[in-house]
Design a protein around this ligand. Sequence first.
Ligand code: UD1
Length: 382
Amino acid sequence: LKWILVVGARPNFMKIAPLIRAISAHNEKNGNRIQPFLVHTGQHYDVRMSDAFFRDLQLPEPDVHLGVGSGNHGEQTGKVLIEFEKILLQEQPDLVIVVGDVNSTLACSLAAAKLHIPVAHVEAGLRSFDRAMPEEINRIVTDAISDYLFTPSPDGDEHLLGEGIPKEKIFLVGDIMIDSLLFNLEQAKKTQILASLGLVDMPYALVTLHRPANVDDREIFGRILEGLSDVAKKIPVIFPMHPRTRKQVNTFGLDEAFLFHSALPIDSAEYGNNEGRIPKIHCFEPLGYLDFLQLMSHAKVVLTDSGGIQEETTVLNIPCITLRDSTERPITVTEGTNVLVHDDPQKIVAEVSKILEGRIRQGKCPAIWDGHTAERIVAVLC
Ligand code: UD1
């Protein structure tokens, strides 16, 4: 059986790594029954957005790299569609596995479905009900044309059933990102990131921000920044910055709010020398998987507009403040540590203050997020 696994952008890598491990384990018992074939679309291409994750997650070299790069949605999706179809025709796989909700997910599932090749979608059924998010369109279309829909939580099953997807196609298997998190937690502790950022024994807030709805709109970006700058008066704010966000900081001339650290290590005194000046937000280049996991595990609070980080903080029981007005992962709010504040500066500061005063909500991790999602997926597919 030849199975093509697709990665394209940063949040895909930690979702594919556990599947590759589960396939190897299956093959060991069953005489190499499954031949995995890894395709990297090249949607993300910087060392820090891609190669670092291959290294940290011990992913094998891709069998094929499509090298599509950045572009507008139509251009990027179209390029993947054209190039991936060629691979499908050449390789004639028995199955295509796509993960998440990025443009590569949509393009590759579409190419496969049109060639009548079965598609498995891992992380199916998530809905923010906000169609202004490009990911929401990607999720809806991918789910509609997939043959196996693997959901992380029961709300996913409900959404899919509500959209008329037959019950036989839906499998509640848990959250595959958490397989990677639990697998790598010990390894992350061995990194030097806390020492090299001068954060050993230093409480800090960790920020990620990159959604187009937040950073491509000057007013919204400005409001979030106002909130984060106020937070920086209370606690050091650590911000590994996504390339899209970095570009927008330049475009909008917002550099003033930040202190950009290009060389590491830095001394912890750098966080305390704000006397008489407006404290800055401390920015770094994007981090690898293990470094970020370690930084997240030790944060006092995480502020983010990422999807996956809402889930990871829930599992780590670290307070999460989500800088969005909707989430496709509501279980992190109802059961986990997550709270939605979007771009209201006052709310951002109020939520951080609560946490600093020790008023912390204890989260509960969904039982099925147990680190064995990939094994359940391989069992279904076999
Ligand atoms: C994509 C995903 C988003 C995911 C995010 C994680 C879609 C629609 N969006 O958004 O769901 O949360 O990845 O990072 O698929 N760039 C670089 N180097 C890179 C990649 C991108 O500099 O390796 C810059 C380019 O200027 C590019 C911009 O970042 O134009 C945006 O990249 P793109 O892949 O279009 O979307 P993301 O914002 O990364």
